[in-house]
Design a protein. Sequence first.
Length: 206
Amino acid sequence: MRILVNNIKSTNSTLLVRQLKRIRSFPVDVWGTDISAAGHIASSNFVDRYFQAPNINNEKEYLQFINELSDKHKIDYLFVSTDKEVRFLNRHKDEITIPFDNCPSDTINIFQDKLEANRSIEKMGIKVPTIYDSLFGKDKVIFRKRCSVSSQGIYIVDLSKASHIENHFHTDWFAQKYETGTTYVVDIFADKNGSPKLILPRKSLE
């Protein structure tokens, strides 16, 4: 089975490649692409075959590259690993010749915005840290950038003690109650029924 993972210099893709290479129950060839030449990024040495790809921002060229790769080498499955690729494949889902699974447009749009994602999760009955509309009388809070990835856009401050507070009081950010405890983060690849097929633990930066 030939599995393609794009943008393999990203953390998600590198972890995914490592997990796929551990499969022993059936033969798997993991192929990878990225915009750098072979050998210029360490992860190009982790895959069975590597191809230099055009930039995904050039959608027409990137689409042609993916389909030619599929047609020539008979790729069996494409694992989607980055936000940008999720959006690209959603726009061109009827033109891609490699089998892949992707989320619906409304789900993609919700989870591009961490505030909307938190509110949507809360509506499902899953507890999230309290979202603050006002910070008067509050102590330790966490500011979160609404559109960010990989634990970036995090600012934690104790309002009752700090002598200086960074200015995150605008619509690109929102504030939540800071919850004390231990955080465990996993990325989950699940089927359409919500059954996990692949679970990747990762470390939070903040």
